[in-house]
Design a protein. Structure first.
Lengths: 355, 96
């Protein structure tokens, strides 16, 4: 594509980043609270102390006592999040060699590298909860743990790479900004970093689409098709409605989650509509319209049955994505073995010198 | 599935710029210190977040326990006189 443009800032991005900055300031100010009681001995008192910390919005650190359910919920959510980051490299990796310019290729490489990085920050957070990274990867490869459903849809054209970033990374930012205030401190700290980088992903996607929107009729048609393909997978990323969501109430009580799936989905729709207008593209929902009484856009919710099927493993690309992940893990085995052998040899030499 | 080798965990500390202390950034797995440093560079300084990196094997860090927080930190609790604000100065006294 010849008509590369200067980065365009999608409306709403500034406010989301300001939320991330505010969450980071809260984390640095969190060092001392007036009521930071000592650790009692019996479990009932430990639970009371844990709940008192949550009630005053204090952070939980890895070595604090925490209920088993809180720990299990965090492990499930954080490992699923980590898996989504590394599986999420796949739909875009396909487009690195085919991106339309060197600049777009470089940007896409940086984005895919970030996704790997986000996966690694999050596995590192999961490990502070007492699980082994190896076991989490095994669970992903064996299909015992899930990842976000949108990854199981194909990226058919270059416009899909842009639409995926604008819509699904945009949804991820809306979902993840509140996690910068999650009660589990290592998760909150990692999410501050993830959100700052995710914002780049979101903007570069919009920027790629904006370039197409000012291109030829064929490019605009490609843009529209791709946006139509990704709108509902992005809406589905917020999960089932609150009243059907298994873990939401407990996660909100534990201050892991701050908003319901429905509130976040609404916020995302409200962000996207004016951006779609700038792109000159319609969204695939005839009932999408501003509701002045609610002060929000009304919209048709995603097909939750399809969401459940795709999460369970029956999406268009589930088997292909997991098989690819297993294959690259297998193919990398010799690198891991060589690094281990080299480290062992250096230890041996060091011991011999010392002896 | 091939078994991954059990590489030790390393804690990563990054100095953001000259004049500030190294700050904990996160952790990673690596077979040795050189690889840990390289991986830390790729993982925690992709956007020029650092000018210096420390990596420390997690197993070598001794940490105080939240359970003993009271006995460990209580001795400082009743010594407000260690803070200059403990002392009331007479009116008009400056540079003190």
């Amino acid at each position: 594509m010849g008509n590369e443009v200067d980065a365009v800032r999608p409306p709403g991005g500034e406010r989301l980043l300001a939320d991330v900055d505010a969450a980071e300031r809260e984390l640095t100010l969190a060092r001392r609270r007036p009521d930071d009681p000592a650790m009692p001995v019996d479990v009932a008192a430990k639970l009371a102390r844990f709940e008192a910390l949550l009630a005053q919005d204090a952070k939980i650190e890895p070595r604090d006592w925490m209920p088993d359910g809180y720990r299990a919920t965090l492990v499930r959510q954080i490992s699923q999040h980590a898996h989504s980051e590394i599986m999420g490299m796949q739909p875009e990796t396909n487009w690195i060699t085919r991106a339309p310019s060197l600049r777009r290729k470089s940007i896409l490489i940086a984005k895919v590298q970030d996704e790997a990085g986000h996966g690694l920050y999050l596995y590192s957070v999961a490990e502070t909860l007492g699980v082994e990274r190896k076991d989490l990867l095994d669970a992903l490869h064996a299909g015992r743990q899930q990842y976000l459903s949108f990854i199981n849809y194909p990226t058919l054209t270059w416009a899909d790479a842009g639409a995926l970033a604008w819509l699904t990374d945009g949804a991820a930012v809306v979902n993840q900004v509140p996690l910068c205030r999650a009660s589990y401190a290592p998760y909150a700290r990692a999410m501050v970093r993830v959100c700052r980088e995710e914002s780049f992903h979101h903007r570069q996607g919009f920027d790629a689409l904006y370039a197409m929107s000012r291109g030829t009729d064929a490019q605009r048609a490609m843009l529209r098709d791709a946006v139509h393909r990704w709108w509902y997978p992005a809406l589905a990323m917020f999960g089932p409605p609150h009243d059907q969501s298994t873990h939401s109430d407990q996660s909100m009580a534990w201050r892991i989650k701050r908003f319901t799936n429905d509130e976040l989905r609404q916020r995302f729709v409200d962000n996207c509509v004016p951006q779609a207008e700038v792109l000159g593209v319609d969204l695939p929902d005839p009932d999408l319209r501003w509701n002045p009484d609610r002060g929000h856009y009304d919209f048709t919710p995603p097909d939750y049955d399809e969401l459940r099927r795709v999460v369970r493993g029956d999406g268009p690309c589930n088997r292909q994505r997991v098989a690819h992940r297993r294959r690259v893990h297998e193919n990398g085995a010799w690198v891991r073995e060589a690094a281990s052998a080299y480290a062992a040899k250096r230890d041996r030499v060091a011991e011999e010198v010392a002896a | 599935m091939t078994e991954s080798p059990d590489w030790p965990l390393w804690e990563v500390f990054v100095r953001a710029r000259r004049g500030v202390a190294h700050t904990h950034a996160g952790s990673l797995h690596a077979p040795d210190a050189a690889m840990a440093l390289h991986n830390a560079r790729d993982l925690y300084t992709r956007r020029s977040e650092g000018v210096s990196i420390w990596v420390v094997p997690t197993a070598n860090i001794a940490a105080s326990s939240p359970d003993e927080k009271d006995s460990l930190f209580d001795p400082a609790a009743d010594k407000a006189y260690r803070h200059p604000t403990f002392f009331q100065l007479p009116e008009g006294v400056e540079h003190l």
